[in-house]
Design a protein around this ligand. Structure first.
Ligand SMILES: Nc1ncnc2c1ncn2[C@@H]1O[C@H](COP(=O)(O)OP(=O)(O)OP(=O)(O)O)[C@@H](O)[C@H]1O
Length: 840
């Protein structure tokens, strides 16, 4: 009998699953660690069983000690994941037990595997019947042999595309032994290709926007059967920015699912958890008892420097760390582009890269991969690179712009010192930011040390930047779109900073809008100038996120847990401090005064376009004329720049109902004023002075004169007589002038002819002076008639009905030519003479 490999394989799988089931029923006896007496009893309460599971594997150090299928074990081994990290040890057993989890662990501590491994077990038809409820689900999956026809079993949602790509790569690595289909759906990719395949996927890794798009647009895409939902960087996804999208997604998911939330800065807000319908979630936080909330091997520093010196310090840092791999965080896309473009031209001697949300997806992926593979490079980035991204071997994280809060700080610095590596972080603070930022960091248990910049080592690049801005308008433009700095924006030395960047004037800063000021704390002057860093979510969404941040500061949420309260405390403190600054109130007053209108005319719109900032001052001067006034526009809360609008005179209701074209039609036509050669008015007319687009009543006839007034003018007779007289005089003058002109032209022609003839005679050897007069006279008579050149008949093209004979006859008649033979004799000559006489 030949061996039956398939049957044997199936048998082996079945044996393995029974063994795992056995281990799950009696985790202690079948696991490799010392049992606790309580583990021997199988309890019916899912909660207690879950706790047992966590305890049962509390001392496990290797993945192989967990009840995982061989396929998953192999995948992990191949990817070189052998030992468990703290969060993995705690979270995986709980997840296997079917519990909803809130996982919080330091950056780089291995949270990705903590949610991917149980994920695979569930989807790998692991038959471990850990709990009543879970066993049913798992059993169901197992018995139903979960396949592409069962649809989507598990979903991972990530806030950024780059993070989704990274998670998907890890999933591919450890899940390659499984027969499940997994897909990545993120914005910026071909939707149609995704639509063709998405229905066949068992596991999806996605960004919220794209997932919702498929839920809305892809025929047959159904998530009703979903067993497991994972939110990576959950606090960011639960943030206001994603609220609407996430709510819509949740509505499409099965309520019976298991939900896992992971982040380095976890939310435990009851409101958020209620939204996700979490059931008795287990809070797994591995850094709770630790002294600090950032990795131990991360050395954190900050320096205080004035705004104009920031780029000098950064450039000096780069020049002294040429062999390092570093990420430099800035707060907006345009700042990233400005610093990148400018520093590239300064050739610091190390590769420079930049990553921000305004780049195309392909470009972003390319840069991401490039930076991963590089040994030394500086990456300038917005906060899209702040969360979750696992760039290997980053030595330094620099924050050129202060982060918007302590959580963002934690995520940014978390790009270095990952897993068990060491790393360094440096935060640039302005003198005005130091006190408050340090307070926030302290609240979050983040240890930072102050360092000082050695002035002797500092390079000055201000002059080079100035000349770059001078040479390259693009760089100047990028620099001018600056500035989104945090805290005390009014105290920023913007003039000096502009000079340092080589800009002709201070960059414009948009402040929080009036409505924002009302809703949020108007004391914290975080301007929302650019929402560029909100790459994959629309700017509108990002704005709402910022609004929420501000609201958080203002409103004390009774539902928030201790961590959120900590955040709230810090910000409330901030609010207090800012409240005590009188200048903030002045600004709100100023804002009220400077309410502006939307641009009206084409020119206005042109000058208000983004790139026209440079000209706006000049334009302001241009249109700052009498009759113009600043008009308040209640609707335009968004734009607080002052724009001037041409004043409109009052109009009747009927006038107002008419279109602009119709109103112009109604206006009387003006008449032409004719000036003579000396610039005097030779003919006068009445015309109407148009005052913008006024009502007809306002138009008054005025006499247009230049060198005489109306009375003097009327002395010479009434208007009509004067016109007639003028026309007659003009006509006579014209006739005389015409005759003179003709005479002159005739004379000129005569002279030319004479010259030509004289030249011809000279050539023939005759003295031109002797014969000129008589010959010239003859020639003139022959050549011209009435002094005008003889007109040559225009030869017409032959028409279809004319034949050649007719033509010839006509020509002969016209030419009056006598065709004769050459006379030979005297008689012939006499006959010819007679014929000629007869023809005359
Ligand atoms: N068990 C493990 N053994 C070896 N390396 C691991 C293990 N778990 C994770 N790592 C590695 O540690 C690094 C950080 O892991 P991961 O990206 O999951 O961290 P994280 O906690 O999600 O970080 P962040 O909060 O920044 O998102 C990765 O390079 C990963 O390959």
């Amino acid at each position: 009998m030949p061996p039956k490999p398939r049957k044997n394989k199936r048998q082996a799988e079945s044996d393995e699953l029974s063994a795992l089931e056995q281990r799950s029923k009696d985790p202690v006896r079948s696991s490799y660690h010392t049992p606790h007496p309580s583990h021997y009893t199988f309890r019916t309460s899912p909660y207690l069983i879950a706790i047992d599971f966590q305890d049962a594997f509390a001392t496990a150090t290797l993945f192989s000690e967990l009840p995982l299928s061989i396929r998953t074990q192999e995948g992990l081994k191949r990817a070189n994941f052998i030992e468990l990290t703290d969060i993995q040890r705690k979270a995986i057993p709980l997840a296997l037990a079917g519990r909803d989890i809130l996982g919080a662990a330091k950056t780089g501590s291995g949270k990705t595997l903590a949610f991917l491994v149980p994920f695979l077990v569930v989807n790998g038809r692991q038959s471990a019947s850990y709990t009543g409820k879970t066993s049913q689900i798992l059993e169901l999956l197992y018995r139903a042999k979960w396949s592409q026809f069962d649809g989507l079993g598990a979903l991972v949602i990530s806030p950024t595309r780059e993070l989704a790509v990274q998670i998907f790569e890890v999933l591919k690595k450890i899940g390659r032994q499984h027969l499940l289909s997994a897909g990545l759906i993120i914005g910026g990719k071909d939707l149609i290709i995704e639509q063709e395949r998405v229905n066949r996927m068992n596991i999806l890794v996605c960004t919220p926007g794209r997932l919702l798009q498929h839920m809305d647009q892809t025929v047959g895409f159904d998530c009703g059967n979903l067993q497991l939902l994972v939110l990576d960087e959950a606090d960011r996804i639960l943030d206001m920015g994603f609220e609407k999208t996430l709510n819509a997604i949740i509505d499409n998911l099965s309520k019976q699912r298991q939900t896992l939330l992971f982040s380095a800065t976890q939310t435990k807000s009851v409101r958020d958890l209620g939204r996700l319908s979490l059931k008795n979630p287990e809070y797994v936080a591995v850094h709770e008892k630790s002294e600090f909330s950032t990795p131990q091997k991360l050395a954190q520093h900050y320096l205080v420097c004035d705004l104009p010196q920031k780029l000098d310090v950064l450039f000096s840092f780069i020049k002294t760390h040429l062999t390092c791999k570093a990420i430099v965080f800035l707060s907006a896309c345009k700042q990233v582009r400005f610093v990148f473009e400018a520093f590239c031209r300064l050739h610091p001697g190390v590769p420079l890269l930049h990553l921000h949300g305004k780049q195309k997806q392909t470009k972003r992926v390319e840069i991401f991969a490039k930076f991963v593979s590089m040994k030394s490079a500086f990456l300038f980035a917005t906060d899209i690179a702040a969360r979750g991204l696992d760039f290997p071997a980053v030595d330094w994280v620099l924050q050129l712009d202060c982060p918007e809060d302590a959580d963002t700080y934690i995520h940014r610095v978390g790009r270095t010192a990952r897993f068990d590596a060491a790393g360094q972080a440096l935060l640039f603070l302005l003198p005005s930011e130091e006190e408050k930022m340090l307070e926030l960091l302290k609240t979050k248990k983040i240890p930072v040390e102050k360092i000082k910049v050695r002035q002797s080592k500092q390079q000055n690049v201000q002059k080079q930047l100035q000349s770059l801005c001078f040479q390259d308008p693009e760089i100047k433009y990028l620099g001018q779109k600056k500035d989104k700095s945090v805290f005390k924006v009014h105290e920023l030395p913007t003039e000096e900073y502009a000079t340092a960047l080589g800009l002709p004037g201070t960059p414009k800063i948009k402040f929080i809008t009036k409505s924002h000021a009302k809703n949020a704390t108007r004391q914290v002057p975080k301007e929302v100038e650019e929402l560029d860093s909100s790459e994959e979510v629309e700017s509108e969404v990002e704005e709402r996120r910022l609004m929420r941040k501000k609201n958080e500061i203002n409103t004390e949420s009774s539902t928030d847990d201790s961590e959120s309260e900590g955040k709230g405390k810090g910000k409330r403190q901030l609010k207090k401090n800012y409240a005590s600054k009188p200048h903030e109130d002045d600004d709100v007053e100023e804002e009220k005064k400077s309410k502006v209108v939307k641009p009206k005319t084409k020119v206005d719109r042109m000058f208000n376009r983004k790139n026209q900032d440079i000209l706006s001052v000049h334009y302001g001067r241009l249109i700052d004329r009498e009759g113009d006034k600043i008009v308040a526009n209640e609707d335009d809360d968004e734009d607080n720049f002052i724009t001037l609008k041409r004043a409109m005179l009052p109009m009747s209701k009927r006038q107002l109902n008419k279109t602009k074209k119709e109103r112009i039609k109604d206006l009387p036509k003006g008449e032409r004023i004719v000036f003579d050669d000396e610039g005097r008015v030779s003919a006068w007319q009445f015309s109407y002075v148009r005052i913008n687009i006024p009502s007809v009543k306002e138009e008054k006839p005025q006499c247009q004169t230049t060198n005489q007034d109306e009375k003097d003018f009327l002395k010479a007779g009434d208007t009509k007589t004067q016109i007639r007289r003028f026309l007659q005089e003009s006509s006579e003058a014209m006739t005389t002038a015409d005759a003179t002109d003709k005479e002159v032209a005739k004379e000129k022609r005569r002279q030319k002819k004479a010259e030509r003839k004289a030249k011809a005679r000279e050539m023939e050897g005759v003295d031109p002076s002797e014969t000129y007069s008589e010959n010239e006279e003859n020639a003139a008579t022959i050549q011209f008639s009435d002094g005008e050149p003889e007109e040559k008949p225009i030869s017409k093209t032959k028409r279809w009905f004319q034949n050649d004979e007719e033509d010839e006859a006509k020509t002969r008649k016209k030419k009056r030519v006598l065709e004769i033979e050459q006379p030979q004799t005297l008689e012939d000559q006499e006959a010819l003479a007679l014929r000629l006489l007869g023809s005359l």
